[in-house]
Structures are given as C-alpha cells and as structure tokens.
Design a protein around this ligand. Structure first.
Ligand code: GLC
Length: 545
C-alpha cells in the first residue's frame, strides 16, 4: 500500500547536527575484540591495535561494554570498582592511551555505566550487608520476609528464580533484578545518587564522550514493593515461574526514574558535547518518555525494535512509522540491529537478509549502532553445552537462551584463532573462521564487509542519508520503501524483505533516478523509473533526479 504523504524531520530550529546524531556507533564487547597478551581474553591494548580498522570502516564512535573491576559473575555487568579497570583488560594507563588514540582519530569513546546494581563484592554492598545499622544499609533494597518467612513479594529475576536473596547474617532479603551477585542499588537514596554521579564525573573529567546506561528502566522500583500482576492467559508455572510470566509494572519503569535520568543528563551536559544513551526494553509509547520532558532525559533511549520484531516487511514498516510518529518534538531517533544480549542479525534473518537489515539500519533516520562482527556477517556460534559460561544460559538450560553464541571472538584473519588471540579464546570460534574474516573480506568487493563499507561511505557523504527527513513511500508484504531528503538531495530506498522477486509499484508518484547502491553490485549506476523490479533479498538506494 502506498502511504499518504507524511514527512518526519529533525527539529527545524536546530541548525547544526551533533556528532551523535550524524555519527555511527560501534559496540565492542571487549572480551572478544582483540587479545594482546595471549590470555584468550580481549583487552584495551588489543582494541588500540584495531582502531585503524574502525577508522577505515568509517565508524565515528566506539562504545565499550564494561571494562571495570568485576568478579565477572555477569561478565563485567557486576562491578566491584567503578573507577578501576579490570586487570584482564589492562590498567588505567592503557585506558588513557585508548582514549587518546580514539580522539586522535577524531572518533568518540563511550563507556558502559551500570548504575542499577553493583557486584555483591563491591565495598558498598559488603558494608551494607554487614549489619542492619550500617550507614550503607539503605544503599540497597533490603526487606523483611513475609510472616511465614517467604520472599517479600513476587518479583522475579531476569536470570531466573525469585529476585530476592535471603541474607542469613542480618536476616533480611535483598533485591536483585539480575543475579544474586548483582544486588540492586536503592536509587531513592540521595547518597546513592551522588555516589553514582561522582562516578560519571570521574570519567567525564577524563574525557570520555558519554555513556550507555545499563538497564535504565530498572533503576527505580515501586516504593511499596507491590506484587507484579501475572500476564493474562499465561498458565502460571508455579514450580519455577519465568520472568515473562509477570508484567514488571512495579519493579521497572516507575515515574520517578525520569528524575534520575534528568540528573544524569544535567551532569553529562555540563561537560559539553557528550551523549547519554539508555538501554531500555519497553514498548515505543513508554520508551519515548525517556527522552524526558522537553528533551531533558536521555539523548538516545536505545530503540530495539529491529532486534525484537519479527522480520516481516509490513510489521517493520509500520513499526518505523509508529516510532517516527511517537518521537517527541526535537528528539533524535536511533536504531540497533544486534547486541551482546541477543542473537546476531545474521542468525535471526539469514545471511542474505542481513544485508537488507544493514541497509535498513544505515539508511533510516537516526543514529545507527553496529555490533562488532556484524559487518563481516558473523553468525551465532554454536557453543557445546559443557562450554556455556553465560549465567542466563546456565540458569535456564532448557530455554536455549545463552548469550555466548553472539559474544564470540572477532574473526580477523585466516591465522590461528582467527587472529584474535595466540591462545585458546575464552569462547570458541566457528569452524569457518578461516573463511569468514576481515582479512578475506577486505579485498573482496562482494563481501559483507565491502558492502557495509560502501553503505557507511554513502551515508557519511550524504546529508540526506545521515540527517535528512524520512517519509514512507510504499510497503507491502515484501517491500519497504521510503525517502530520505535534505535540501535538493533525495534518496529512495527500496528493500525486499522476502527471498522472492518483487515489484515496487507506486500509484501516485512517478519516481526516477540512478541506483547508487545495491546488494546486487552489478546494478550500481543503473537508471530506474516508475515500476522497479527487485530480486529476492535485494535492496537499492536510488538517488532521485
Ligand atoms: C544489561 C546488559 C546485560 C546484563 C544486564 C545486567 O541488559 O546489556 O548484558 O546482563 O544488563 O547488568
């Protein structure tokens, strides 16, 4: 169906775009990017040696998953010192060098801030659990059990089981939305707020360009700790209820969270041109609240729709438009295809559609985030059961939801361990790593990597594609198409989300132009007009003339 003419555009009063609006973000999972010291785990020095690659690819900004001191119960999302670098990754000198080297290349560096919870080994928690009278007792969420001794309410841990852990010493429960090794901080306590803002200040003063804030929507919980309601029509699994069987309406996304986000934003803004990104898994109508009133919240509440929706042209077209329509005035969109918590895009939609997904990511209006390895079409690596290390996988073995497969080492070259490490990597590589890697793909113009590079290049060099307006044109059960426009430059993007040939057949407008980019490279430069025929799995970027 052809859409009515509607155009989504940036705030017309905003004259210049910020780096985090026109730039491209690249997520590095540090354990898996490059090992420099042969311990099988990636590190900061390793990342430094690969910055030239990222610059060559055309990346503007690197976000690192946590690199801080941690017992690694959740691979660094359980932090025991927010100002210390984990020895596995290096030390503060390495970090300073990394920051310098990133900036020297005119790129930006974002850190992962994990404010919702600490490690149970963090000195704050050790104090808090030491006695009921400890000054830090109220830094975490402690509560008596019910009269019969059972947990205070029905809240569940995302990683399985109840979210309350009994502490035999002080005879109370503490709340943990994730592992019991990750107790949640009590963000209603002003001392906690100040302590975490101090952590942010420490890194901002060092010169980092901003943060991706872990589980932002979890930070405040209902003050009355009311029970979450069960999801209607879900047969309750009383033996071991799963997180998704209850609606987390009291344990997440509380109105007071926006005050906290605003504080974080104010601090970030005090340091000039930095960015605050929020990790938030919520429906769009609730997600957009995280931009805050008059955009005083997160600059970019991560938009995970491409990660969570079924790969269906009509659904995705509708979701794009619904998102565009829901954005508050003056806010900036963003899109994410994969991350370290979800299956890789190639494993969700297949290799040929992964190119369509890349084209979508890099031609939609809004900041794109690329997950390391997606640019070479890395797929989820099957990890034998006895090699699973992810707690989510280990805790719920029957569900096959370990995140290890999408966290495997970057495949750099045909050499041993794909050039990632000289020793056995912490997670195995796929059997085809000697074939699927950066080295092999760099000089092959048909490779996924070359395709990504062309896409990034065309986006970077076009105002229409990087910051221009978006208007939907036409979509059906196979195709999604839209226009991107800025000044006198207009691109028509047509994506075939099916494997079968398809016809782009707009009824109202006559389109003509030249194909500037296609998944079928041979088609670049071809003139097209009106009814345009696409191959299965084909996407084209047409410059209208
Ligand atoms: C976020 C992280 C995930 C982690 C969880 C708990 O969702 O992305 O990796 O396990 O928070 O910190």
């Amino acid at each position: 169906m052809e859409h009515a003419t509607v155009t989504f555009t940036a705030d017309p009063t905003a004259t210049q775009h910020k780096w985090w609006q026109h730039g491209i973000i690249y997520q590095i999972y540090p354990r898996s990017f490059q090992d420099s010291n042969g311990d099988g785990v990636g590190d900061l020095k390793g990342i430094i040696t690969r910055l030239d690659y990222l610059q060559w690819l055309g990346i503007d900004c690197v976000w690192l998953s946590p690199i801080f001191a941690s017992p690694m119960a959740d691979f660094g999302y359980d932090i025991s010192d927010y100002r210390g670098i984990h020895a596995l990754f290096g030390n503060m000198e390495d970090f300073d060098e990394l920051l310098r080297e990133v900036h020297r290349r005119d790129m930006k560096l974002l850190l992962d801030l994990v404010p919702n919870h600490t490690s149970d080994q963090h000195p704050w928690f050790l104090e808090s659990r030491s006695s009921k009278n400890n000054p830090k007792r109220d830094w975490y969420i402690w509560h008596d059990g019910k009269e019969d001794g059972s947990v205070p309410n029905n809240w569940l841990s995302v990683f399985g089981g109840p979210a309350w852990e009994w502490d035999p010493v002080t005879r109370q429960y503490y709340y943990h939305a994730f592992l019991k090794e990750q107790p949640d901080l009590n963000w209603r306590n002003p001392e906690v707020q100040q302590a975490m803002l101090d952590v942010m200040r420490f890194w901002l003063e060092k010169g980092v360009d901003g943060f991706r804030v872990d589980v932002m929507w979890h930070m405040i919980k209902d003050s009355q700790l009311r029970d979450n309601p069960p999801v209607p029509n879900t047969p309750a699994n009383t033996a071991s209820p799963l997180y998704d069987e209850y609606m987390p309406v009291y344990s997440t996304d509380q109105p007071e969270v926006h005050g906290i986000v605003r504080m974080m934003r104010e601090l970030t803004d005090a340091f000039g041109d930095r960015v605050l990104i929020g990790e938030i898994y919520l429906p769009v109508s609730r997600l957009v609240a995280y931009y805050g009133q008059n955009n005083t919240g997160a600059h970019l509440p991560f938009n995970f729709q491409l990660l969570t929706l079924p790969w269906n042209a009509q659904e995705i077209a509708a979701a794009i438009d619904a998102y565009e329509g829901a954005l508050p005035l003056g806010s900036w969109p963003n899109w994410v295809l994969s991350n370290h918590d979800k299956p890789r895009i190639t494993s969700r939609v297949g290799l040929s559609q992964a190119r369509i997904a890349a084209m979508l990511l890099l031609t939609l209006r809004g900041t794109p985030t690329i997950y390391y390895g997606d640019e070479i079409g890395m797929t989820d690596v099957p990890i034998p059961v006895d090699e699973i290390v992810d707690p989510q996988g280990l805790n719920m073995p029957d569900l096959n939801i370990s995140r290890d497969p999408s966290r495997t080492p970057m495949q750099w070259g045909p050499e041993i361990n794909a050039g990632f490490s000289t020793r056995k990597p912490w997670l195995r590589l796929p059997y085809n790593a000697a074939r699927v890697n950066v080295e092999k793909q760099k000089n092959d113009t048909h490779s996924m990597l070359s395709f990504y590079r062309r896409l990034i290049d065309i986006r970077r060099n076009s105002a229409a594609l990087s910051v221009g307006s978006y208007s939907p044109v036409y979509s059906d059960s196979q195709l999604i198409s839209y226009l991107r426009q800025e000044h006198d430059e207009t691109f028509l993007i047509i994506l075939n989300l099916s494997h079968r040939p398809a016809y782009f057949r707009p009824q109202k407008t006559h389109y003509q132009g030249v194909i500037r980019l296609s998944t079928e490279e041979e088609r670049i430069g071809q003139r097209v007009a009106q009814v345009i025929t696409l191959a299965g799995d084909e996407g084209i970027v047409v410059e209208l003339i």
